[in-house]
Design a binder for this molecule. Structure first.
Ligand code: HEC
Length: 119
């Protein structure tokens, strides 16, 4: 009985340790994401494919179904791109956007957000 109790305690403490480690990793990742600075010039080199729908500089979408990106706040653009990439923004025409973001890194996202916010 004592051995069983010990075994259960060991399993629980291992699980708690693993969870604590996971939380710490998440917190570190969040802290890093917050620190990333967008570089609009770098962003300009990452939007060639986006122009096909959103138009040059995101100003003149090629069809009314594509939203204008120029001048939107960088925070909003960043949050939208993360949401498409991470599958949190769905429905509507999000199915068209999600594949566009699949290969974007966190740095690509802040650079692109900086670029469109300044057009
Ligand atoms: C095939 C056409 C197409 C391409 C290419 C495309 N988009 Fe989009 N984009 C859309 C559509 C359609 C929507 C609206 C999706 C919805 O309903 O959520 C959208 C929405 C967005 C939004 C959200 C705007 C808002 O007002 O909420 C952002 C930001 C965005 N696109 C950025 C980009 C970036 C950056 C790229 C290039 C990496 C890109 N898009 C490439 C079609 C496209």
């Amino acid at each position: 009985m004592k051995i069983l109790t010990l075994a259960v305690m060991l399993v629980i403490s291992t699980a708690v340790a693993a969870q604590t480690k996971a939380q710490t990793t998440t917190e570190v990742k969040k802290a890093v994401a917050v620190e990333l600075k967008g570089d609009a010039a770098a962003g300009a080199g990452k939007v060639a494919v986006c122009m096909a729908c959103h138009g040059e500089k995101g100003r003149m979408p090629n069809s009314p179904i594509y939203p204008r990106l120029a001048g939107q706040s960088s925070e909003y653009l960043k949050s939208s791109l993360h949401a498409y990439r991470d599958g949190l923004r769905q429905g509507g025409m999000a199915a068209m956007m999600s594949p566009q973001t699949a290969t974007l890194s966190d740095q690509d996202i802040v650079d692109i957000a900086a670029y469109y916010s300044q057009q």
